[in-house]
Ligand binder design. Structure first.
Ligand SMILES: C[S@@+](CC[C@H](N)C(=O)[O-])C[C@H]1O[C@@H](n2cnc3c(N)ncnc32)[C@H](O)[C@@H]1O
Length: 203
């Protein structure tokens, strides 16, 4: 069930993981001027990262139903470098006509269908500047296996909710990334059986 705090949608996990994610993405994005976040969710990550990285502009996006919450979070801070959400369904919407130095998305691939993730990689390459990076946070499987019992249980829960959802295989994502002219830069273990995967656009 959706949680609220001070009338804003609230994600406990975003509060818990934002700092550890920030510490890793800050150096990766240090040369970036424009970042697009896919599936911004509540908007909590966006306001936290935009405040911590004033040197870049943070473009939020999500399905239309998440927009009012993201706008509430944006309006609760006074930051010049965070942009109101674009409507972006990775499979159905026209992607922006803008080039970005970085793409960030957290906890989205396991919610999306395999077709959505395929479409993400098909579309993302066209909006990346040279050497731009793509950062994906969340749970992944390796060699067809879960990395923990809790991820296995989480996957069952996800699939019971929506048969199209589920934890994706790292190797499958990396193949899609390579087809999109992206090279794997880093694969970092994170708390709670999550990973941060970082790809860079080939020159
Ligand atoms: C579990 S939430 C994660 C939100 C946020 N990034 C976070 O870490 O808390 C998954 C998000 O994926 C978005 N989403 C699902 N399907 C999508 C699609 N096809 N295109 C873009 N976003 C999608 C949902 O609207 C939701 O905001």
């Amino acid at each position: 069930m959706k949680k609220f705090e001070n009338n804003k949608p609230y994600s406990q996990s975003s509060e818990e993981n934002k700092e550890v994610i920030f510490k890793l993405i800050n150096p990766l994005l240090s040369q970036s001027k424009r970042v697009l976040e896919i599936a911004s969710g509540t908007g909590q990550h966006a306001v936290y990262f935009a405040e911590k990285m004033p040197f870049l502009s943070w473009q939020t996006s999500d399905l239309i139903e998440s927009h009012s919450g993201i706008k509430q979070w944006i309006n609760s801070v006074n930051l010049p470098n965070i942009l109101p959400p674009l409507e972006l369904n990775v499979s159905e919407t026209q992607w922006p006509n803008t080039y970005y130095d970085g793409i960030f998305s957290a906890n989205s691939f396991h919610i999306m269908s395999k077709q959505n993730v395929t479409d993400f990689f098909k579309n993302v390459s066209a909006i990346l500047n040279e050497k731009a990076i793509v950062i994906i946070y969340g749970p992944f499987n390796y060699n067809g296996a879960y990395t923990s019992e809790s991820n296995a249980n989480f996957d069952i829960w996800l699939k019971n909710r929506n048969s199209q959802s589920g934890i994706k295989d790292f190797e499958w994502c990396d193949c899609l990334a390579q087809e999109a002219q992206l090279s794997l830069l880093e694969d970092i273990e994170m708390p709670m059986n999550n990973r941060i995967l970082v790809w860079q656009k080939k020159i």
